[in-house]
Design a protein around this ligand. Structure first.
Ligand SMILES: Cc1ncc(COP(=O)(O)O)c(C=O)c1O
Length: 297
């Protein structure tokens, strides 16, 4: 079934401080954000009507814009309030929030000092990124041919639209090969992340995850590191060459959309999602829903 397109839905979108009907939340085709990728965004989950880690996401949106050389006309508190108001207005219990900010159409060229900064927040019903069956089996990844750029080549700490160009190419290639997602290496050939999620390896009962020096230090990644430490697990952040995948007993992805998603295969290597992935999946689920964990203590 083809899902209902995103431009043709009911409800309202918060747009530059006011609610506008969903189908009228448009921008001009000569917007700088569209032509030159001067656009930043967030992806946030709503669980039981409550927005998880809202202020961290609002702060990252503000910071991403600063890294792209523009200042949002709204502060973190105003973005938090606007998000809460949009979730309430749409009556969403379990969903996804997409705040987005972009440069408008006052100047159309590489320079854009005079362009107005626009901000919109849309919220929709969205239970799970990967289906529960795929999650239990572990998803399949294909190593991408594109690599995450060095911090000298792009503002890699920004959640900026331009950085997703190679993610879409990589995800399309992976899906064409029958996989769910791509594993991206960085400019040095080290393991970086998936196209929209961070990655963890379990080696001899310890968590290993790449140092986020050229990709997003995900809010979920940080939550998982805290949950793992609370379980007494050692967490090692280090440079991880792809050969180390051979040492891994379990591999999983983390992200606001992906939550904790076990990986069953990367190229020719197979992994069996195990107890550590399951425990952290359940602990994360309990954290975001603010309920006790189902995982064994
Ligand atoms: C490229 C990329 N890496 C990592 C993440 C994970 O970040 P977070 O856990 O803050 O959602 C995301 C999701 O936003 C992403 O798009």
């Amino acid at each position: 079934m083809v899902p209902k397109p995103f431009h043709d839905r009911d409800g309202d979108i918060w747009y530059n401080g006011v609610f506008v009907p969903w189908r009228e939340a448009n921008l001009h085709v000569l917007s700088h954000g569209l032509h030159y990728a001067s656009c930043v965004f967030e992806g946030i989950r709503v669980y039981n009507g409550s927005v998880y880690a809202l202020t961290e996401h609002s702060a990252r949106l503000v910071q991403s814009a600063e890294l792209m050389g523009f200042t949002l006309p709204y502060g973190v508190g105003e973005l938090d309030a606007a998000t809460q108001a949009t979730v309430a207005r749409q009556g969403i219990r379990d969903g996804y929030v997409r705040p987005v900010a972009w440069r408008g159409s006052e100047m159309m060229g590489v320079s854009a000092q005079q362009n107005a900064i626009h901000v919109a927040i849309a919220v929709w019903e969205w239970p799970s990124y990967f289906s529960p069956e795929a999650r239990m089996a572990g998803i399949r990844l294909q190593t991408a041919t594109w690599r995450r750029p060095s911090p000298e080549c792009a503002p890699t700490q920004a959640k900026a639209a331009g950085l997703y160009m190679i993610c879409t190419l990589s995800k399309h290639a992976a899906e064409a090969a029958g996989c769910h997602d791509a594993l991206m290496l960085d400019y040095r050939g080290l393991i970086a992340e998936a196209t929209g999620a961070n990655v963890f390896l379990v080696i001899d009962g310890k968590l290993h995850t790449p140092i986020p020096d050229c990709f997003l230090d995900g809010i979920t990644r940080r939550s998982i590191i805290n949950l793992a430490k609370r379980r007494g697990l050692e967490v090692i952040e280090r440079a991880i060459p792809p050969d180390d995948l051979r040492l891994a007993d379990e591999v999983f992805l983390t992200g606001s959309a992906a939550e904790v998603t076990p990986v069953g295969q990367i190229d020719a290597l197979h992994f069996t999602p195990g107890q550590i992935s399951r425990t952290l999946m359940e602990d994360y689920d309990a954290l975001v829903r603010n309920v006790p964990s189902q995982a064994a203590a």
